[in-house]
Write a protein that binds this ligand. Structure first.
Ligand code: HEC
Length: 110
């Protein structure tokens, strides 16, 4: 009985921590899976859509836009993309490094 209870408790702990921290790795997978990359590029560098990384908009603004846009970009409702998944995508966008400074590119050194 005791081992059943501790197994249950462990399960609950694992279950509740599964989405405590947004995952940039999962966000990268989702970014490709739900098609953001098709318009914004694999690194969010821009393409048909504008550049959205590095330095993404603040999360609230980005989330509001993604949920309600009615322009060229299709809106992503919570049915297609859950809040947790959007948080993961945001973590991915935040994880994209800035490009090197010009002075750090050997070919361009003067
Ligand atoms: C079919 C092409 C397309 C897809 C797919 C798409 N976008 Fe966009 N996105 C656009 C275009 C075009 C704009 C700019 C148009 C506008 O401002 O109405 C835009 C704008 C944005 C902006 C606002 C940028 C700014 O600085 O104002 C964000 C943030 C964004 N997209 C995130 C996403 C995310 C996250 C996904 C995937 C969940 C996604 N987009 C999927 C085409 C797309």
């Amino acid at each position: 009985m005791r081992s059943v209870l501790s197994a249950l408790a462990a399960g609950l702990l694992l279950g509740s921590s599964a989405h405590a921290e947004p995952s940039a790795t999962n966000g990268h997978v989702l970014f490709v899976k739900v098609g953001c990359y098709q318009c914004h590029g694999y690194q969010g560098q821009g393409g048909a859509g504008p550049r959205i990384a590095p330095d993404p908009l603040p999360f609230d603004g980005l989330a509001a836009f993604v949920r309600t846009t009615s322009g060229e970009m299709p809106p992503y409702t919570t049915t297609i993309l859950s809040d947790n998944d959007l948080a993961d995508i945001y973590a991915y966008l935040q994880s994209i490094p800035r490009p090197p400074a010009l002075a750090d590119v050997p070919l361009l050194k003067q």
